[in-house]
Design a protein around this ligand. Structure first.
Ligand code: GDP
Ligand code: IMO
Ligand code: MG
Length: 447
């Protein structure tokens, strides 16, 4: 199997964890390349649920799991997650979990500041996960961050923390918060360092060796394209690049290593936190999607906002990331709907848009233009063959393919690992009088 870069094509929580775990059967290495423990990736294997935040989803299969330099790592959250997974029977060792020596650390000051800033924003809050992600990335680009490699050098650690205190104490004074205790933080980090350091490595070299040995690498994105700090619905975004190109930056491989870019895509839309969401539903259909889809956050437990599939938005993600195929998730959640809408464009201020403009003022005004299709009113949950899908479901999939410009190469019908359909290639499938033409060759997926 060739390398695959897995990207969330919407606002996160598309089902990336499920697909990375499924694909990991045929991969050798799984790499996280951005974000941090703001992510929540759920795997369900034979009825047993695993929730991953920082650890790559390949870890459950025992695959070499790498946390790249682009990930901001809270050392305490990392150890907690390792312990929780070990309790679930997952074997985690320095041989199968490696963390980049240049990954920036998330410190308690970062999460405290994240929460304080959100509180200060009041009604205009972003709805962050409160994990300190934004402030940690700010420290990195501000050139004052502590990094994994610093844990091995106590003197450097103290010197850098003193510098950090200079910065944070000025900020804290403005916010009326307590000042920063250097000794306490040095002691806290020295306590965790012995457990973390055995996992710390120059992972770009490990990935280079894997490449030379013809190993298959999966790059596991977190969040989604609309939460990208450059390309998303700014400022209602996360603080990292979530697009495919970041897989190279955030792990230290060349852009030629990214392979097939797979866009994980829900059959409807969800968003957690604030910000524009043109197809959001405030009616009984929205409630149905929330309840049937269990749309409550894996990380914060917050209720996710739900809406119709936004083909304009997903098409934009396809183009920005070079997505070659979609993994279409959670179709089964829509089983009971009489009719289904798809957003095919927007209007705002008397103009029509076939893309999401960058202005936050315009984004807030976008009104969706819909087309309507009949629902399939058949339980899809657990289906494992394309030929089992009813004609109305196939028509819906085909329309999404037409509008987004890429084919659905994987279709998922439940949270379970094996309830996953790999759409065969160059195949003409006839179901109930309806034809699907799969145009591109994706044979290497799971071959
Ligand atoms: P991620 O952040 O992209 O990995 O997605 P999350 O794990 O946060 O959210 C996706 C949720 O949908 C999880 O609870 C999954 O178990 C669940 N899920 C994934 N695929 C399917 C599917 O095809 N059908 C249903 N009903 N649930 C799914
Ligand atoms: P996965 O990987 C959905 C959202 C937050 C908030 C915004 C900024 O599970 O898909 P942050 O804490 O990152 O500064 O919050 O981004 N957000 C996510 N939404 N899925 C995620 O990850 C998310 N990670 C962050 O809700 O709106
Ligand atoms: Mg999630």
């Amino acid at each position: 199997m060739a390398n695959i870069t897995v990207i969330g094509s919407q606002w996160g929580d598309e089902g990336k964890g499920k697909i990375v775990d499924w694909l990991a059967a045929k991969a050798d290495v799984v790499v996280r390349f951005q974000g941090g423990h703001n992510a929540g990736h759920t795997l369900v294997i034979d009825g047993k649920t695993y929730k991953l935040h920082l650890l790559p989803s390949g870890v459950v299969r025992g695959k070499l799991s790498i946390i790249g330099n682009g990930v901001v790592v809270d050392p305490w959250a990392l150890l907690k997650e390792v312990d929780r997974l070990k309790e679930q029977g997952v074997d985690i060792t320095p041989e199968n979990l490696m963390v980049s020596e240049s990954a920036p650390l998330i410190l308690p000051v970062n999460s405290a500041l994240d929460k304080a800033l959100e509180e200060a924003r009041g009604a205009s809050k972003i709805g962050t996960t409160g994990r300190g992600i934004g402030p940690a990335y700010e420290d990195q680009v501000g050139r004052r961050a502590l990094r994994m490699c610093d844990l091995a050098h106590p003197e450097t650690l103290r010197r850098k923390i003193e510098k950090l205190a200079f910065y944070y104490n000025a900020l804290y004074k403005g916010l009326g918060a307590e000042s920063f205790n250097v000794d306490e933080l040095v002691a806290q980090l020295q306590e965790v360092a012995p457990r973390i350091l055995p996992h710390v490595a120059p992972v770009w070299r490990v990935l280079d060796k894997a490449k030379n040995a013809n190993k298959t690498i999966l790059f596991e994105g977190a969040q989604g394209v609309m939460l990208d700090v450059d390309h998303g619905t700014y400022p209602f975004v996360t603080s990292s690049n979530t697009i495919a190109a970041q897989a190279a930056n955030g792990s230290g491989v060349g852009p030629d290593q990214l392979g097939f870019v797979l866009g994980i895509t829900k059959a409807y839309s969800t968003r957690v936190g604030s910000g524009p969401f043109p197809t959001e539903l405030f009616d009984a259909v929205g409630d149905t999607l929330t309840e049937r889809g269990h749309e409550y956050g894996t990380t914060t437990g917050r209720r996710r906002r739900c809406g119709w599939f936004d083909a304009v938005q997903v098409r934009q993600s396809v183009k920005i990331c070079g997505i070659k195929g979609l993994a279409l998730m959670k179709l089964d959640v829509m089983d009971t709907l009489d009719e289904i809408k798809i957003c095919t464009g927007y209007t705002a201020d008397g103009k029509t848009y076939d893309y999401i403009p960058a202005s936050e003022d315009l984004q807030a005004k976008l009104q969706p233009v819909y087309e309507t299709m009949p629902g399939w009113k058949t339980p899809l949950r657990g289906m494992r063959k394309l030929s089992e899908l009813p004609a109305a479901a196939l028509k819906y999939i085909h329309r999404l393919e037409e509008l987004t410009g890429v084919t659905a190469v994987i279709i998922s019908t439940s949270p379970e690992r094996e309830d996953t359909i790999r759409v065969k290639v160059n195949n003409q499938v006839k179901t109930a009088g309806y034809f699907i033409l799969v145009a591109i060759n994706v044979d290497f997926i799971m071959e």
